[in-house]
Design a binder for this molecule. Structure first.
Ligand SMILES: Cc1cc2nc3c(=O)[nH]c(=O)nc-3n(C[C@H](O)[C@H](O)[C@H](O)COP(=O)(O)OP(=O)(O)OC[C@H]3O[C@@H](n4cnc5c(N)ncnc54)[C@H](O)[C@@H]3O)c2cc1C
Length: 264
């Protein structure tokens, strides 16, 4: 049986996140959350693999307790087990410590043949996690996967989207895959699956529950980068639209403005 891990992240609705002008920090409190959309494409790819070859899908996320709702959303559309990594010491993590924490928690669930990730998140959007996880899991990696052609004899054959076309590649298992969204649209849950997911068990690992976890490698101490400040980019002066009602006066006004700017 294929053991499949799908990494999903709950993110704030990025359209609604505001910045605190005093501190330069993002204000996440009270902002609605959603499951990172590209992770739903990754999950769809995993579910299609499960439907073709059999297997078990374990969902994993690192985040605050409310990230459990993302796991339940994913359980409703094909996940079998769900793992939440949560606890204060994991907070403030960069990608280095997040990937370490995910590896260590996933190891508690056994060894995985396939690991699926979204290409990037809408909030952090570093796009670093998949490659870091492939390295940590000692897995091969197929990025920009457009279709999965075959999985047999410990190998996976898949096509990748390139700028100029597609290529067929073969990789050995375990393999980490990020998918293109255009071939793996997320599905909607049935009412029964939705209700079952609401009651399903979710395993929560705190820093005390993970065997061999090095506390110096998680959260802030385990992060190789710091973000001293976040600030919006300086925007250029907005342009002016001259619309006086006549082309002649529009042109006259334009010449005036250019003259004022010393551009004539
Ligand atoms: C110095 C620093 C401090 C930070 N502090 C915080 C903080 O305090 N709080 C905070 O929320 N974020 C914080 N972040 C952002 C944090 O690093 C990212 O949320 C996380 O490491 C994933 O990076 P990303 O969102 O860019 O993922 P990407 O690399 O863009 O994501 C690719 C894929 O990886 C998987 N993935 C990503 N994150 C997770 C996750 N958490 N669980 C499961 N799967 C995942 C998903 O499949 C996703 O589609 C910090 C970042 C830095 C650099």
């Amino acid at each position: 049986m294929l053991k499949i891990l799908v990494c999903v992240k709950q993110i704030p609705d990025v359209d609604l996140v505001k910045m605190d002008p005093e501190t330069g920090n993002l204000i996440r409190t009270g902002v609605p959350t959603l499951t990172n959309p590209l992770d739903l494409n990754a999950l769809e790819a995993a579910v299609q693999v499960k439907e073709r070859y059999g297997g078990e899908i374990t969902l994993i996320t690192m985040g605050p307790p409310m990230a459990e709702s993302t796991l339940r959303e994913c359980l409703a559309v094909g996940g079998d087990k769900a793992v939440l990594i949560s606890g204060r010491p994991f907070g403030g993590a960069d990608t280095l410590s997040t990937s370490y924490s995910i590896l260590m928690a996933a190891d508690m669930e056994g060894k995985f043949d396939l690991i699926f990730c979204g290409k990037e998140t809408l909030d952090g959007a570093t796009g670093q996690m998949a490659s870091q996880l492939a390295e940590r899991f000692d897995a091969s990696q197929i990025s920009c996967c457009y279709s999965i052609e075959d999985i047999s004899d410990g190998k996976i054959r898949a096509t990748r989207t390139l700028e100029t076309g597609r290529e067929l590649v073969e990789a050995t298992l375990p393999c980490l895959i990020t998918v293109e969204k255009d071939n793996f649209y997320g599905r909607l849950p049935s009412l029964d699956d939705y209700l079952a997911a609401k009651k399903a068990a979710v395993t929560t690992y705190t820093e005390n529950d993970i065997d061999g976890l090095d506390l110096q490698k998680i959260g802030v101490p385990g992060s190789g980068t710091i973000v001293p400040k976040i600030y919006p980019p300086e925007l250029p002066e907005p342009g002016q639209i001259i619309r006086t009602g006549s082309v002649k006066t529009d042109v006259a006004r334009l010449m005036e403005l250019l003259d004022e700017k010393g551009a004539l």
